[in-house]
Write a protein that binds this ligand. Structure first.
Ligand code: NAP
Length: 301
């Protein structure tokens, strides 16, 4: 992985932080993406220490962006495009579970926006930089929770019925599997490989502060969960291993391809999700500048 540019979102804690550190240990030039400047600086310091111990000349860098905002996702993409001609690995890892509904600045459901729309948009905006790498890999952190999804394509923000945190989390994780499978097919000509994985129940900050039974379980039984380094293993494998260099569009757990449910294999649903995601992210309306949908302008254009 020497010198390869690896962008890791959600690198400020848990699985993402462990992946960032391990990728640096293998020689990658890591871009630590964090919502919080302070937490991002902490991860950056750890990643830098690993890179310096290896004697790597290229410094890791920090990018701060709140991925619930489409404008901030676009800003992040723009900065990455300015800095790098080629991006070898994109780890779409940032994600969250919420006990109560919250809305983004764009008027979307926060969980759906961060867990699905942000990686969908970021990947599209970086597509040519990934293609320029020759054999780039895009890895998404999904979750086995996708199995309890109840997707209503006419109500992706769950505004009509009762909003349920676990269901919306599951919906977003099913959506990212659809994205992985569709992108593997649609972007195959660019040589980009797309895979996603479930990290296993992992000790992290995810539900730690939630004032509900999930938070209680997390705080009291978190010791039963995996260490973040273990949770990161499959993601790092998908980003680095020659064993999977020609594998694309798959869902992994513990380094193995898993068969997905009929809902996740549903190609009609995946194609519909793709089209709706293009609309929701504004990618279908080049040039529009309202509601956070600021069209990316190519440098020098
Ligand atoms: N832990 C598990 O058991 C488990 C199981 C299945 C799947 N996953 C998935 O694994 C991924 C990593 O989660 P984790 O367990 O490592 O939890 P975590 O410790 O809470 O890490 C989540 C990361 O996502 C970032 N993030 C959340 N909202 C964001 C936003 N609006 N903008 C930018 N970044 C944002 C967080 O940033 P902040 O530090 O600023 O909050 C944090 O860095 C997630 O996609 C999660 O759904 C986890």
């Amino acid at each position: 992985m020497q010198g390869k540019v690896c962008v890791v979102t959600g690198a400020s804690s848990g699985v993402g932080k462990a992946m960032a550190i391990e990728l640096a240990r293998r020689g990658a030039r890591v871009v630590v993406c964090s919502r919080s400047e302070a937490l991002g600086q902490e991860t950056l310091a750890e990643v830098k220490a690993v890179a310096q111990a290896r004697g790597d000349r290229e410094e890791p860098i920090l990018e701060v962006a709140n991925l619930s905002s489409l404008a901030e996702v676009r800003g992040l993409a723009e900065r990455l495009r300015r800095r790098f001609e080629a991006i070898h690995v994109l780890m779409n890892n940032a994600g969250l579970y919420l006990p109560n509904r919250r809305q983004t600045v764009d008027g979307y459901d926060v969980v759906f926006a961060v867990n699905h729309l942000a990686p969908f948009l970021l990947t599209h905006l970086l597509r040519d930089r990934l293609a320029a790498a020759g054999n780039a890999r895009v890895v998404a952190t999904s979750s086995v929770g996708y199995r309890s999804a109840r997707l209503d394509m006419n109500d992706l923000m769950m505004t009509k019925g009762r909003w349920r945190g676990l269901t919306q989390y599951a919906n977003s994780k099913l959506a990212i599997i659809h994205f992985t499978r569709e992108a593997a097919r649609r972007f195959a000509g660019d040589g980009i490989r797309f895979n996603c994985f479930h990290p296993g129940g992992t000790r992290s900050r995810m539900a730690q502060d939630e004032p509900n039974w999930i938070g209680w379980m997390w705080r009291n039984f978190g010791f039963l969960l995996r260490r973040p380094e273990k949770g990161a293993e499959t993601g790092v494998y998908l980003a680095t291993s020659p064993e999977v260099e020609n594998v694309s569009g798959e869902y992994f757990t513990d380094l193995k391809i898993q068969e997905v449910t009929p809902a996740a294999r549903d190609e009609v649903l995946a194609a519909r999700m793709w089209d709706v995601s293009l609309e929701l992210t504004g990618l279908d309306r080049p040039g529009e500048r309202s509601n956070g949908r600021i069209e990316f302008v190519e440098e020098g254009a």
